[in-house]
Design a protein around this ligand. Structure first.
Ligand SMILES: Cc1cc2nc3c(=O)[nH]c(=O)nc-3n(C[C@H](O)[C@H](O)[C@H](O)COP(=O)(O)OP(=O)(O)OC[C@H]3O[C@@H](n4cnc5c(N)ncnc54)[C@H](O)[C@@H]3O)c2cc1C
Ligand code: SF4
Length: 525
C-alpha cells in the first residue's frame, strides 16, 4: 500500500514535510541511494519551498486556498480547477507571492496546470469517444482534495532523436509507453526528464509530450501514479553549486532555505489501475492536451516576477551597501529591471484576465498572451540577471568563502577589505552578493534562467503558437481597408469578422470575468 492513498489531510508546512517521510523511494544522488530525502541537506531546501505553499495557505487563505467543489472544504489553490477568469488571475497572484517569499521554484504549478488542462480534455474525449475519463479525473481530484496533496506533472519524455515520432525511435522507450495491459489496468515504461518537484510530490500525472499519430497509440497515455509506486527510480538532477547546501554555514549558499528540484523519473513496468487512467490511445487528443497544458503553464511563469522582485531588491540593496545607489545610471538600471519584470507580469496576468470557458466549464487562459508571456520569460530574466550582476560588481564571481571570512588569521583582513559603505556591515553586503550569485549563477539560476528558457517548451515552441494565432489575414484586411484597397460599408461590419484571438480581445469584460472563487465548476452535480 503506498503512503499517498492513506495520507491524512495536510494543513501546514510541517505536516507536509512529515508526510514525505518513510516512503522508501528509490532515489539516487551522486551515485548513492538516498535513504531519506527529507533529511538530505541538498534536497531539503527544495522541500522547504513546497512547504512554503502550505504555510502561505495558513497565513493568507484568501490567496492560497479555494473551497473544493468536491469536498466542500478549503484546499490548496494548487489543486483548484478554474471556474472563472478571476480564478486564473488568483493563481497568478499566488505564484508571484510565492516567488517573492522563496526566491525560487516552489514546484506545484505543473500539477495544477495539468489538472486544469485535463479537466477540459477528458470532458471532450468522453464527448467524442464515449469514454469515462472525466469522471475518473474528478474522482482522482476528490481524492487529492481529501488529503490536500501535492501532484507533479510529468510531460517531458527523453525523446531520443527529435526528428522522429515516438513509434519511429530506434529504442521504443524514448517516450513513455504502455507495455502490457490487463482487465484491471496497464503497465508503463520509459523515462520523464527534468521533472520539477517529483520527489516532493505525493502523486505524479504522466502525460504525452507532443502531438501523436495513430501509430503512436501506445504512447498516448495519461495516468496518475503515486510517487512511491513500485518500479519508479528517481535520479536527482545536479544544480550549479548544489553542494554548498551540504557545507557548514549559510552564507555561501546564497539562499540557504529554498531551492527548486528536478529529477529524472525512470518508469519500469509501473502499474496504473483503470481508475487512474485518463487517456489511453486517443492520439487525436494528445496535441490538444499538450496545447492546453502549455497555455496554462506558460502564463504560470508569472512566478518568475516574484523571483524577479527579490533580484531587483538584491540589486538595489547591494547598490546601497556599495554606496552607488544615488548614481543616475544605477537608478535607471533598477527602473529597467522593474520595467522588464512587470512586462512579464503584465502579459501573464492579461492572459488570465482574458480567460474563457471550455465546454467542461473549466476556464482556460488566453493562448496568445500566455505564449507572449513565456516568450518574454525566455529572455528578460537573463537581462535582469545581467543588470543585477552589473550592480553587484565582480565579487559576485570572486568572493572568498565563508570559511575564509571566519578564519582566525585572514578573516579580519577579509572583512576589512570587503566592506562597502562604512555604515553597512560587511557580512550583509556579502550575503546579498551571494544571493545574486545564487539566483544568476548558482542553484536558483536553474529555476530563474534555464527553466525560464526551456520549461513549458523551448522558445521556438512559443513562436509556433504565436504564428498559429496571429491572424495575419485579418490584420492584412485592416491595412487594405485603411489603404483604400478594400471597401467596407460601415465600420460595424468589421466587428462581424472577429474570430479567434481578436474575438477574445474584443469580448466585453463582464462576460469573460465571471467570479466564482473556485466553488462551482460547471458540470458539478
Ligand atoms: C528546470 C526545468 C524544469 C522542468 N520541469 C518540467 C516538469 O516539471 N515537467 C515536465 O514535463 N517538463 C519539465 N521541463 C522540461 C521542459 O518542458 C523541456 O526542457 C522543454 O520542453 C525542452 O525539451 P528538451 O529539454 O528535451 O530540449 P529539446 O527539445 O531537445 O530542445 C533543444 C533545442 O532543440 C530544438 N528542437 C527540439 N526538437 C526539435 C525539432 N524536432 N526540430 C527542430 N528543433 C527542435 C528546440 O527548439 C531547442 O532549441 C523542465 C525543464 C527544465 C529546464
Ligand atoms: S518554475 Fe514557476 S511555474 Fe514552474 S513549477 Fe516552478 S514556480 Fe511553478
Amino acid at each position: 500500500m503506498n503512503t499517498a492513498t492513506t495520507q491524512a489531510f495536510i494543513r501546514t508546512g510541517a505536516d507536509y514535510i512529515d508526510s514525505l517521510r518513510g516512503r522508501d523511494l528509490t532515489v539516487y544522488l551522486f551515485g548513492e541511494k538516498v535513504t531519506e530525502p527529507v533529511d538530505h541537506p541538498i534536497i531539503r531546501p527544495s522541500i522547504n519551498a513546497v512547504a512554503a505553499t502550505y504555510d502561505l495557505a495558513q497565513t493568507h487563505p484568501e490567496l492560497a486556498t479555494v473551497i473544493s467543489p468536491f469536498t466542500g472544504e478549503p484546499v490548496s489553490r494548487f489543486l483548484s480547477i478554474c471556474a472563472s477568469a478571476q480564478d486564473l488571475v488568483n493563481q497568478n497572484k499566488m505564484q508571484r507571492r510565492l516567488g517573492q517569499l522563496t526566491g525560487t521554484c516552489f514546484q506545484r504549478c505543473v500539477g495544477m496546470d495539468a489538472f486544469n488542462a485535463l479537466y477540459s480534455v477528458t470532458f471532450e474525449i468522453d464527448e467524442a469517444c464515449g469514454t469515462v475519463y472525466h469522471d475518473r479525473l474528478r474522482a482522482f481530484l476528490t481524492e487529492m482534495h481529501r488529503g490536500n496533496l501535492v501532484v507533479g506533472g510529468a510531460m517531458t519524455d527523453t525523446k531520443g532523436d527529435r526528428s522522429l515520432a515516438p513509434h519511429q525511435q530506434a529504442d521504443p522507450d524514448m517516450f513513455v509507453r504502455v507495455t502490457r495491459r490487463s482487465a484491471d489496468g496497464i503497465w508503463i515504461s520509459g523515462a520523464k526528464a527534468h521533472q520539477t518537484g517529483c520527489l516532493n510530490s505525493h502523486w505524479l500525472i504522466v502525460m504525452p509530450t507532443m502531438r501523436m499519430s495513430p501509430e503512436d497509440s501506445d504512447y498516448a497515455i495519461v495516468g496518475a501514479v503515486p510517487v512511491d509506486a513500485p518500479g519508479i527510480t528517481y535520479v536527482y538532477g545536479r544544480q550549479s553549486c548544489d553542494t554548498r547546501s551540504a557545507e557548514n554555514g549559510t552564507l555561501d549558499a546564497g539562499n540557504a532555505r529554498y531551492s527548486g528540484q528536478e529529477a529524472m523519473v525512470i518508469l519500469q513496468d509501473v502499474f496504473i489501475p483503470n481508475r487512474y487512467i485518463f487517456m489511453d490511445g486517443q492520439t487525436a487528443f494528445a496535441g490538444m492536451l499538450v496545447e492546453r497544458f502549455t497555455t496554462y503553464h506558460r502564463r504560470s511563469y508569472v512566478c518568475k516576477t516574484g523571483v524577479g522582485d527579490v533580484l531587483i531588491g538584491a540589486a538595489a540593496q547591494v547598490a546601497e551597501y556599495n554606496g552607488t545607489d544615488r548614481a543616475s545610471h544605477i537608478k535607471d538600471k533598477l527602473v529597467e529591471m522593474t520595467h522588464l519584470n512587470e512586462t512579464i507580469y503584465g502579459t501573464g496576468i492579461a492572459s488570465s484576465y482574458q480567460g474563457r470557458p471550455t465546454r467542461s466549464g473549466a476556464y482556460i487562459c488566453d493562448d496568445m498572451l500566455a505564449n507572449v508571456c513565456k516568450h518574454h520569460v525566455t529572455k528578460l530574466p537573463y537581462e535582469l540577471g545581467r543588470l543585477a550582476q552589473d550592480l553587484a560588481g565582480g565579487l559576485v564571481a570572486t568572493m572568498p568563502s565563508e570559511i575564509d571570512l571566519n578564519h582566525p588569521q585572514i578573516g579580519a583582513l577579509l572583512r576589512k577589505y570587503l566592506r562597502g559603505r562604512a555604515d553597512a556591515p560587511t557580512e550583509a553586503r556579502l550575503r546579498i552578493i551571494r544571493l545574486i550569485e545564487n539566483m544568476t549563477l548558482g542553484r536558483n539560476a536553474v529555476g530563474y534562467l534555464t527553466e525560464s528558457l526551456h520549461g513549458a517548451g523551448s522558445p521556438q515552441a512559443q513562436r509556433v503558437q504565436i504564428a498559429r494565432a496571429m491572424q495575419l489575414e485579418y490584420r492584412k484586411r485592416l491595412a487594405r481597408i485603411l489603404a483604400g484597397i478594400d471597401e467596407v460599408e460601415d465600420s460595424g461590419a468589421l466587428a462581424d469578422e472577429l474570430t479567434d484571438y481578436f474575438a477574445e480581445v474584443f469580448r466585453p469584460q463582464e462576460v469573460s470575468s465571471r467570479s466564482s472563487n473556485g466553488v462551482q465548476v460547471a458540470g458539478d452535480a
